[in-house]
Structures are given as C-alpha cells and as structure tokens.
Design a protein. Structure first.
Length: 116
C-alpha cells in the first residue's frame, strides 16, 4: 500500500510539533530539519497557514538571533512573549538566549518521530 508523501508545509508542522516545552528553535533550523534548506521564510508562511486544529507550538520558533520576528509590541508579539515566559523561557527585549534555550534534537528522536 502506497502512502502519500507529506507536503512541505506538513513536514514543517511535524518538526515544529516536536519542539519541547521550555525550548525554542529557529526558522532556518526548522527548514533544515524538514529537508528544506535555506527556506526559513517558508517556515513562517507555513506556520501562518497551519489549521488551528493541529495546535502547533508556533511561539517556540524565533529568528536566527533568538528574536521574536513579529512586529514589536503588537498583540501577537505580546502573546508570543507571554507563551514563552509561561514555559520558563526568559525573554529580554524580545530576545531569547539560544545557548540556554535552543532545542537540540537527538537523531533517533527525529528518525522515529518524522514520517518523511
């Protein structure tokens, strides 16, 4: 029986769902893990287009400098900051210390969790 290959968006959603509470990742790293190198902007688009029912932890995805990429002090920016802090992630001036809070998945975690 042949199974359908997940779309690029679905691959991104699968990777983002793996980011554990209290950890963050970058758009570029998510793109790399989804097999879409140099497609960080596509990750942002995929997150915006995600159906609400899959409940992605979108707030755990930051830019490569560890900054919230949403325009400063908008309601969505404030929401992302709040969700991160609720998980124990320290946000200072819209930035997270990636050395402390970056998600570093184990290869076996990825092999057994991703369908692509």
């Amino acid at each position: 029986m042949k199974t359908s290959k997940p779309s690029n968006q679905e691959r991104i959603w699968q990777v983002v769902q793996l980011i554990p509470e209290g950890k963050v990742s970058s758009y570029g790293f998510i793109a790399d893990l989804a097999g879409l190198p140099r497609r960080a902007r596509f990750v942002s688009t995929a997150l915006r287009k995600a159906p609400a029912h899959i409940e992605l932890p979108w707030h755990r995805v930051l830019n490569a400098q560890g900054e919230i990429s949403i325009p400063n002090y908008t309601p969505l920016y404030e929401r992302q900051w709040e969700l991160l802090e609720r998980e124990g992630i320290i946000v200072k001036k819209g930035k997270v210390n990636l050395a402390l809070f970056s998600w570093k998945p184990d290869i076996t975690e990825l092999m057994f969790s991703l369908s692509f």
